[in-house]
Design a protein around this ligand. Sequence first.
Ligand code: AMP
Length: 269
Amino acid sequence: MKLFTNKKKLQREINNINNISFVPTMGALHKGHQSLIKKSVKESKKTLVSIFVNPKQFDNKKDFSNYPKSYYEDIKILKKLRVNYLYKPSYADIYKFKTKNKIFLHKFSKRLCGKYRKGHFKGMIDVVNRLLEIIKPKKILLGKKDFQQLILIKKHIEKNKINTRVISCKTIRDKEFVAYSSRLKRINSYEKKILIKILKVLRNYKKNIISQKIKHDFHMIKNELLSIGVDKVDYVELVDLKTLKKPKKNKFNLFFAFYIGKIRFIDNF
Ligand code: AMP
């Protein structure tokens, strides 16, 4: 695996390769990241992974500085998975150049996490766009766990006619249905138990809505989650994955964001 911290050097290396698949990450790699990377390595000629914790997409400085890091472990994982290139840029390498594309924020950016994390999606699209301008990959692989992010990147790519295909990848979970997440590295076993209980309740809640035993009632479900030990609930919403609106039929995912202690979890299923 070749490591690059400088975009000019990286571009010199990959300029002539027209079949690069790109997996952007913020590091602290887990089984979710690994499944995206494995898919990429299997299906493309070359795989480039980036590790960059983007300060512009954090609305809270402490959250940014506390974001888990495991750089040496990450390198081992990437080598084992036979990744071709790792790009680990500095802040200046990413932000000190003028971009060709304009940030496009589809109106879906105002819903769900967009209501609670000011500037988050703008910062996220900004960095992904810059990475796309530097790397010019044929494909970008993104996880459905961050469905809103995935859709907004897709809309930005379409709007700017960027020549990169978005590949949506399934969410990888442990045997207790907890989606792997870098933030999980910061919770203790008591908090993990709460998280597992919450997921059980939410899966059951979704089942009952589908079988029309109950209707979605945010206040009711919020109070139930709080009673189990969640500290704050940002949202629990049903979204039609095609229209991105409130579902009219039974084809929807349940989207949610909540805090256990100071750690914010998002997921959808
Ligand atoms: P992050 O490092 O959190 O920015 O995530 C990098 C990529 O991995 C994003 O496309 C995420 O959606 C994806 N990802 C994160 N967790 C999972 C998971 N449990 N299963 C599948 N993909 C994931």
